[in-house]
Design a protein around this ligand. Structure first.
Ligand SMILES: [Fe+2]
Length: 370
């Protein structure tokens, strides 16, 4: 019997951070994890500091998180958090700071050493001697859904790819959704992150692990996108539309926290790692060919996706995605052949609803990118 477990409490709406200090403050000393610009640009860092100062809670702002956080940097961040003596974490940002916060929460209380009991890569084992620090999240992009998933995706330079870890305690305790923090995003960032959320909903809905509950949530999330396709194309968003898109992104996160993603994500990681293509854009390049594959085994599901999005055909879907995601890199067949060697090993390949092997993944890469 499939179960649905999502323990994050979601607080949504105008100024929800300012009006809920009791949910933001999860201890006596805060460690704020954010990116160089995401916290300040969105205004979320300002609101968080205001609440902490009003409540006389000491804090340290750690704003060193880069895109695609690297595993050794996470251990370094945890050293700073441990030395500061923080007992809870506030994560502000897009997927990278939110994912980084989860890794820092684990490493702070489980210090990795080269020859000790807990080594750097043991984080991927998913069970830890000490419980990660409690965390809350304020997303400043509407895409990853990381605020409602236990997953953290880290970059591994040694293996030239990305890999995720999770455990029951890497869910945030609270997530604050307020469209004012995403409203000022550059248009293309808003589109890329939205496509990431759309891919979470689609990959979750078409996933082998999908359940009635995840299907219900996924279709609701896709319906929200269906209402705002024109806004995404034009890049003109009201605060209300931003909050709705944040909600759709969280729905996507809820879906994949149960189902995981599929090959769109594992194949997309190579595009991000080797070509520096933003995560959502990378997935968007591949989603059309993926849906064609799904159409061979579950055409009813593809039809439901299109109906929820207010579209009538896969061609219309592909055309739309093409319009909002420019091509920012060139590819060669030989690099695609190399990437398949890594992407086929990802664990989410098993969740793909149609059969995939190296040659079919290569076909998808070729049809999507060459
Ligand atoms: Fe994603």
């Amino acid at each position: 019997m499939p179960a649905f477990h999502m323990p994050t409490k979601i607080i949504k709406g105008e100024d929800c951070v300012l009006s809920n200090p009791q949910c933001l403050i999860l201890g006596k000393k805060a460690f704020i994890v954010t990116g160089k610009t995401s916290g300040a640009r969105s205004g979320a860092l300002y609101d968080v500091i205001k609440v902490l100062e009003e409540q006389k809670i000491p804090y340290h702002v750690y704003d060193k998180i880069e895109n695609n956080p690297e595993i050794t940097d996470m251990a370094r961040g945890a050293d700073i958090c441990r030395n500061y003596g923080a007992d809870f974490i506030i994560a502000i940002g897009g997927g990278s700071p939110l994912d980084a916060a989860k890794a820092i929460a684990v490493y702070t209380v489980n210090e990795p050493t080269e020859d000790g009991e807990f080594k750097l890569y043991d984080i991927f084992g998913g069970s830890y001697k000490s419980k990660p620090l409690p965390m809350c999240a304020i997303p400043t992009t509407a895409g990853t859904g990381s605020e409602v998933t236990p997953y953290s995706i880290l970059t591994l330079h040694k293996e030239q790819t990305k890999r995720s870890f999770s455990c029951v305690d890497t869910f945030f305790k609270y997530a604050f959704l307020d469209g004012k923090y995403t409203q000022g995003l550059p248009k293309q960032v808003a589109r890329n992150t939205a496509v990431d959320a759309m891919c979470h909903l689609i990959e979750g809905y078409t996933n082998k692990k999908a359940t009635d509950m995840t299907d219900y949530i996924a279709i609701e999330g896709l319906r929200i996108f269906g209402k705002h396709l024109a806004a995404l194309e034009s890049g003109e968003f009201t605060r209300d539309i931003c909050t709705e898109l944040l909600w759709a992104s969280s729905l996507g996160g809820m879906v994949i926290s149960q189902t995981g993603t599929t090959i769109v994500h594992s194949m997309g990681y190579q595009l991000t790692y080797f070509k520096d293509i933003p995560h959502g854009m990378a997935n968007g390049y591949l989603i059309g060919e993926y849906l064609k594959g799904v159409n061979t085994v579950a055409p009813d599901k593809v039809q439901n996706v299109l109906t929820a999005l207010n579209m009538t055909s896969l061609d219309e879907f592909n055309e739309y995605i093409k319009n909002i995601l420019p091509r920012v890199a060139d590819f060669t067949k030989s690099e695609l052949e190399e990437w398949v060697e890594t992407s086929i090993k990802a664990k989410n390949v098993a969740s793909c609803p149609f059969f995939v092997d190296k040659s079919s993944e290569l076909e998808i890469y070729i049809r999507s990118l060459l």
